[in-house]
Design a binder for this molecule. Sequence first.
Ligand code: NOJ
Length: 755
Amino acid sequence: MLLCLGVACCMAACTDRPSHEAEMDKFVSDLMGRMTLEEKIGQLNLPTVGFDVTGPLMSTDVEQKIKNGQVGGVFNTFTPVAVRKLQEIAVTQTRLHIPLIFGYDVIHGHRTIYPIPLGLSATWDVELVERVAAAVADEASADGLHWTFSPMVDVARDPRWGRVSEGAGEDPYLGAEMAKAMVRGYEQGDLSKQNTLMSCIKHFALYGAAEAGRDYNTTDMSRLRMYNEYLPPYQAAVEAGASSVMTSFNEVDGVPATGNRWLLTDLLRRQWGFGGFVVTDYTAIMEMENHGVGSKAKVAELAVNAGVDMDMVSEYLLDELPALVKAGKVKEETVDAACRRILEAKYKLGLFTDPYRGLSEARAEAQIMSAEKLALSKEAALKSIVLLKNDRQTLPLDASKKIAFIGPLVRDQRNLIGNWSAAGNPQQAVSLWSALESKFGARKFTYAKGCNLTDDAALRSQLNRHGGDITPDSRTPQQLISEAVQAAQKADVVVAVLGEPFGMSGEAASRTSIDLPDSQKALLKALKATGKPVALVLMNGRPLTLQWEHDHLDAILETWYAGTRAGDAIADILFGDANPSGKITMTFPRSVGQIPIYYSHKNTGRPFSEQEKYTSKYLDESNEPLYPFGHGQSYTQFTYSAVQLSDTALAADGSVTATVTLTNSGARAGEEVAQLYIRDRVGSITRPVKELKGFQKVALQPGESRQVTFTITPELLKFYNADLRYAAEPGEFWVFIGGSSATENKAAFELGITN
Ligand code: NOJ
């Protein structure tokens, strides 16, 4: 039954939901015409309800504030019951009956959990990522949510930063593709469909470039780097129709993003044409006091005048705007514009017609963790897993052999769903051990815990204080290792399942060492000493430094935090029922000292040379990464023919095609991500040694070949020059096509005069 809200005639008597822009304008204008300044300011307030505190404050008296008309939306609550309860207050007990927006950090699944975003990006499967986002929206909206604080599209090149787990890695092109796919999946181009979620692009902007990889730290970069390398995914997400944007905690050009008018108004709204609303990150307005740009009233003024529409948790707008408007420091039109954007979002979500958006227990029951979603979770997990190394065909395993599964993550459920796992219930996650039991029956393989996830008591207590559950084993570390060594000695092959406890990546989880924890390294060394082949299965949220593991172990399988069906997917890959096809989207360094390390670096005036002393290099480390961006092996082999160009000249209004023949020259069916990189040989500014400009995921049967063709137009060659003009410059370009950013398979063409 549709509820009449009594709002400005309730548009066509609540039966025929208007969709036209002009009708929306009229509806919102009518409503705003009846609102007091205080009620408009109330719409800009976003308190948190209940849990998931990610900052210094917790909202108070939320129900009372809703009744007072002082709340525009809430976050951190869901379920039909909880949402109905608060929404009912808003639509029945407030003067104007304006519904609330319900938001939540639905980052990689709501109840059904999919691989972490870094893992999803490793699928290089845009269509799959869009399907995942659509399924996430379907489930979360059935649980009462309207809005997700996703996608995080921050380009990230420093794996010390814990939040690399939440994004698509280091590359602007891939990041833009993933960002668009997620926005399309969540919003479906039509928020009036009740199974969609409003997306929120975050963190605007440059949050991934925090100095020294320390969360919330300063960022500082040239406009050229910003425009060419960091802004493209945000812009792409805006163009894909994202309805909201979240400000970042960091400063941009010395001004905190949350008070940065150039960023939020000139760039976002004027240059990019963003028409949705801007919400701050958690208490980000308040934090501008710590940044040192003013007092409480001043930072509220800065934020709203910069272009902030909604204040997450700090309530500075609620407290300060009435006086700021009275004093003429903030124009009433500015408050009106912010309020209008929020009301428009509510209108587009259909909340004025049905504030419950079709909520029902039956719908929740049917959608939450449905068989289709669980199947999709497994599909995504399978495709996100990356085979980093595989000597002597250690993998796939032969189930008739004696196999010892060793490590604290073999039977673990909690870590599989990673950080930001929303309403995911670890009890519903399939551990590797239980997947092995389902696949092969109980007690087929041996198990030993081998070590604690960490023996560092200080780290453990930090992690446990924030949701971790790391209990040291009652056995000593030495006893655990001895038991594991005994199990290994009796086996033909050892599978070590190790990684970062989930709290070691994510927000406020920066690290200066990105090795495996010491307890785990000690275990690996003991296992290696048995002389048995060792395959390492990793669960973690960032590139790790794995030089020792690479040099000494036989196989390494990167599984990230693969979600609810992680165990099933890992078991299928370990035993060859599925062939790994993921490719890493962040460079894996050899050592922390190489960071920031990314494939699309500049050549410098003194590029590396072995013989020359005075070149750009380290005395104690190679310049090369351990695993380059785009790397990932398969159980089969793929070979690439030389790159064939349709022409060696590209006219300003023309195109050339670049083609390779890709062959599955191994014995198993598999999928390969063919990657197109371009190098602009000479420019008015220096250009990266390679830039990703296309990719295709191709499935091939053993012995099968396929032509893979990319079309190159001058548009693809454009970049921002020193005047921030976006243009392609004539001259020579190299085109590379291969299986990773390390490919040297190339051809050259010349771009003619452009204008
Ligand atoms: C802080 C995080 O930076 C942001 O990503 C998240 O959406 C908010 N907290 C809300 O939980």
